[in-house]
Design a protein around this ligand. Structure first.
Ligand code: FAI
Length: 484
């Protein structure tokens, strides 16, 4: 206890034990300026000491060294009673008798288990060592005692905590509650990831553990993190929210960065996902325009601007107000072309500075970028009543051998250009709801028919859209390719 202006005040003590050390020295230094005494585990204490921040080692509090290669560091009543003690006279009396001091701020982030197991081929023993035990115990203790203790699991909150302490002299109850909710979410997801990983581990040959990838484990948890609430769902009367997978690096549409434009709607996200999935299929510059989760046009070209123009022109009536996916960094020329009409959103791997400036001239246009790699590798999950269906992604495999292995049933064999168009249209068909028909010519779709209960009806729609251009084109449907 210390005396401040005649009033007895409890010493402010913070326990800091973090794996992700980014920003911790600055945060800890600001805490000491605000009067906190710091306690830290080995690695964290070293970083703080190197930065000139005064810190007490956890061993001094527990009277025990950190042992078993770090498996036991903070698992001690000297720490846990200090966190869990309530503001009750009997708790205070017990602590005083035992010489334990209270801790009012716990800053912990955990061993990077998810990141470790996302690397392929890591031994189970290595993964197991990345299961944090002491960290979650402290997070849960501090979160349980949020009426007195603040718990910080997310480094993004460091600035906010310092600001609140500077302005209000304390961390408010409502902030402590929010932080506790976040901490329990975090430990729940952390455990879900461990459980999911261990479901894929088996005992082989006299207890040798193997982490051979099990595609469909006996039990599966899907840890998700909320990105944001959405204004509404598919229809205005449906409430909705957007979540991302809590494993490794965010990717795909859920990992996209928005540079500009209006808030994303539920339907925008579905359309962006469709745009991204198609654009990511092609090795050469390609563009796609999506309306209602269906491509109105797709094109490949040597230059991105040509791919975009041809994807748009494939069905310019439908493309108005569309969502565009591109598989190359957007350059100035392509950006100019895209400002010539009304588009809802664009997704691409990146944008040049000039392109961004040009696109930003469209006030409401949503501009997004994301990582395109590895989109095809994930298991496909579909909800049904009372359960889920999981399957391999619909991969067409290595198309390079297609020409050699395909059985040509027409009298005439396709020319090189026709083969190119056949493969192109086949890839697009994969993304068109069945019965889907894609007619293509010179690396551009010219007629897409989809969502029909009969293939004939879909073909009629596609042919009507293609009109006179149909001559000399190719057609794909499901796993069938034809020449016309
Ligand atoms: N075993 C323990 O008592 C224990 N206490 C804290 N940790 C973790 O150790 C990490 C920090 O360790 P260091 O400060 O030594 O780098 C944190 O991620 C924290 O969650 C522990 N490690 C694993 O369980």
């Amino acid at each position: 206890m210390t005396e401040t202006s005649g009033k007895r005040q409890e010493k402010k003590r913070a326990l800091i034990s973090v794996s992700d050390k980014l920003g911790i020295a600055e945060f800890a230094s600001a805490l000491t300026e605000l009067g906190y005494q710091l306690i830290s585990t080995g690695g964290t204490a070293r970083v703080l000491e190197e930065a000139g921040v005064e810190v007490e080692r956890v061993e001094k509090v527990t009277g025990f060294p950190e042992i078993l290669g770090g498996r036991v560091k903070t698992l001690h009543p000297g720490i846990h009673a200090g966190i869990l003690a309530r503001d009750l006279p009997e708790d205070k009396a017990q602590l005083e008798k035992l010489g334990i001091e209270t801790i009012s701020l716990v800053v912990v982030n955990l061993y990077p288990f998810q990141k470790t197991v996302s690397r392929s081929g890591i031994p189970v023993s290595e993964a197991v060592e990345q299961i944090d035990i002491g960290g979650p115990a402290m997070l849960r203790a501090a979160a349980k005692n949020f009426s007195r203790v603040a718990v910080v699991v997310n480094p993004n909150h460091y600035d906010q905590i310092i600001q609140e302490l500077r302005e209000q002299g304390e961390i408010s109850l409502s902030t402590r509650l929010n932080l506790a909710q976040e901490a329990f979410r975090h430990t729940a997801q952390y455990d879900a990831a461990i459980s999911s990983y261990l479901s894929g581990v088996s005992v082989q040959e006299d207890a040798v553990l193997s982490s051979a990838e099990v595609k469909f484990p006996a039990q599966m948890l899907l840890p998700l993190v909320k990105i944001s609430d959405l204004r509404y769902g598919e229809n205005p009367h449906q409430d909705a929210a957007f979540y991302r997978e809590d494993s490794g690096q965010p990717y795909g549409v859920a990992g996209a960065r928005q540079y500009h434009g209006k808030e994303l709607s539920f339907n925008n996200i579905l359309d962006l996902n469709a745009a991204l999935s198609i654009a990511a299929e092609f090795e050469v510059p390609a563009a796609v325009v999506i309306k209602h989760s269906t491509p109105s046009g797709v094109s490949m070209a040597d230059r991105l601007v040509d791919a975009y123009r041809r994807a748009y022109e494939a069905d310019s009536l439908a493309a108005y107000g569309g969502i565009v996916g591109l598989n190359r960094t957007v350059d100035e020329e392509t950006a100019i072309a895209m400002t010539e009409t009304f588009l809802e959103a664009i997704i691409a791997p990146a944008y040049s500075e000039e392109a961004l400036t040009i696109l930003r001239s469209k006030k409401n246009l949503r501009i997004l970028s994301t990582e395109f790699a590895d989109l095809r590798a994930k298991v496909d999950v579909k909800r049904v009543s009372g359960g889920f269906l999981l399957q391999d992604p619909d991969s067409l495999g290595d198309l390079s051998g297609l020409k050699q292995n395909a059985k040509v049933v027409t009298k005439r064999s396709p020319s090189e250009d026709e083969w190119d168009d056949l493969i192109f249209s086949w890839i697009v068909t994969k993304h068109v709801s069945s019965n889907g028909i894609v007619i293509a010519k010179e690396r551009q779709t010219i007629g897409i028919g989809c969502g029909q209960v009969s293939r004939v009806a879909a073909a009629r729609i596609a042919l009507a859209k293609a009109g006179k251009k149909a001559e000399g084109s190719v057609m794909a449907s499901g796993r069938v390719l034809t020449l016309s």
